[in-house]
Design a protein around this ligand. Structure first.
Ligand SMILES: [Zn+2]
Length: 49
């Protein structure tokens, strides 16, 4: 996961119900969650808006 807010990369993890990935920016604490698509995801890295 790339946090544009602080230009850092961190790993994010599946939520308990496995419907989304969730993480927090390690520098500013911005929360991010990404829903898991039914077809799966090609990469474990995304960029925050
Ligand atoms: Zn940040």
């Amino acid at each position: 996961m790339h946090y544009k807010c602080c230009n850092v990369y961190v790993k994010i993890y599946l939520t308990k119900d496995e419907t989304a990935f969730a993480g927090n920016c390690p520098r500013c604490g911005a929360r991010t969650s990404i829903k898991v698509s039914k077809t799966g995801t090609a990469s474990r890295f995304w960029s925050s808006d």
